[in-house]
Design a protein around this ligand. Sequence first.
Ligand code: NAP
Length: 248
Amino acid sequence: MNAKDYSYPDNILENRVILITGASDGIGRALTLRAASLGAQVILHGRNVTKLEAVYDEIESVSSNLRPSIALMDLASANAESYQSLASSLTEEFGRLDGLVHNAGILGERFSIEQYDAVLWQQVMHVNVTAAFALTQVCMPLLQAAEDPSIIFTSSGVGRKGKAFWGAYAVSKFATEGLSQVLADEHRQGKLRVNCINPGATRTGMRLAAYPAEDRNALKTPDEILAAYIYLLGPDSKGVTGESLDAQ
Ligand code: NAP
């Protein structure tokens, strides 16, 4: 079975507590809505409360007995205390995490390495890699408290093969693949599975910023690429770890 063609029953994520970063827009938003419709207790992470509340309201209007939660935190400025406080409130409210999806990310600018701004480089590496490391670290006890926990990191085609002018974004995605592999190997004997997904070209704001001239209608929408995410978050991927899957 190929994960991108995975089909699933409509209660596949029932009662799973799942934290999704960057739930306010693009792929994260679509995944959050889908996971909630499949029975998950979703925690919507983001930095923009208005956008998060719109997703929250959309979930409440269509489903479910499980009320979503909002975790407001700007990954660019969060400090150790912010991460600890998020983990403490999750511990208090849920006591475990069945899924953690590191989806939030920024593109930076499309410059050559020679011309890349050093401050921007640090920002991209920080939001795309260091923040995912810090969040993973504080969430580890919550993941260990779940029966069948799963972490998903978000990679990219340019995180597997370097490409001119993709600068810090590409390098951050190589680092993300590395972080995922190291963590997966550290937990090879345990119940925690750790994997990457490369979404592939998807119709979002980030893609538009990277390719302003392309035909957007030729791209898959976020809604159309979610099967691999659901596969890795649900019970059918038990034992799958250290992999990097393609959503398309
Ligand atoms: P997007 O539409 O730009 O969404 C990015 C999400 O990350 C938004 O929710 C955004 O919040 C959030 N975010 C950014 N900076 C943040 C910060 N400092 N603190 C908290 N949240 C922050 O992008 P997307 O295309 O859905 O991308 C999702 C993931 O897929 C990214 O990791 C991206 O690298 C990866 N990816 C995308 C494509 C593609 O073709 N779209 C291809 C390969 C990989 P706001 O709403 O507040 O901006």
